[in-house]
Design a protein around this ligand. Sequence first.
Ligand SMILES: [Zn+2]
Length: 224
Amino acid sequence: MGLKDLFFPDICPVCERLLVRGEKHICTECLSDLPYSYFWNCAGNPAHSLLSENILVESVATLMIYRKESNWKNILYDFKYSGDKSIGRYTSGILGKKMVQGGLFNDVELIIPVPLHPLKKWMRGFNQASVIACELSAIMDVPVAENILKRGKYSISQTLKDRSERSKGVSGAFYVKPGEKIDGKHVLLVDDVLTTGATAKECGMRLVEAYGVKLSFAALAFVE
Ligand SMILES: [Zn+2]
């Protein structure tokens, strides 16, 4: 045990028990109970239906599905707000492998992370969706395009608003950088979590309406 382990022991974010030798990121017991969505095998899953309300969406996958009060939300919290990129990469790696095995995403040509507003990115130090996108890119062997989809308007933290306010908050917030050649491509839009779908739909609409892209979506969690 090194000095780091003594002062900052590794703890399972789900059950908060100390990790033992051989366990990484999530304890064995929680890992065996991971609330897999199995969406990567299943066209027309609930997340797909949610995003398909206004636009044509090819395929939608998330690693997990859980209710708001579930301890699995700690994974996203540690990743996004405590800056634990390793847990983000680890869970994205599991998702990427499932997506490749499922076969629904095998013709994806470009991965685009949902952008953070530059001010938020500056405060957080990184865009969590980009971390996921990079991990998926390595596993799926598809390039990431970081700077095609842009975010223009600052929006108050999504968590503070109800559903209708959230939709208003993101409306018009995204645009595609002029001159980008993405017409007709199969694009995988990536975010950390899918809740109301407002952000994903807004981004998706920009890509589908203006550029006729074939749109798919992936996130670590679908929150019921
Ligand atoms: Zn655990």
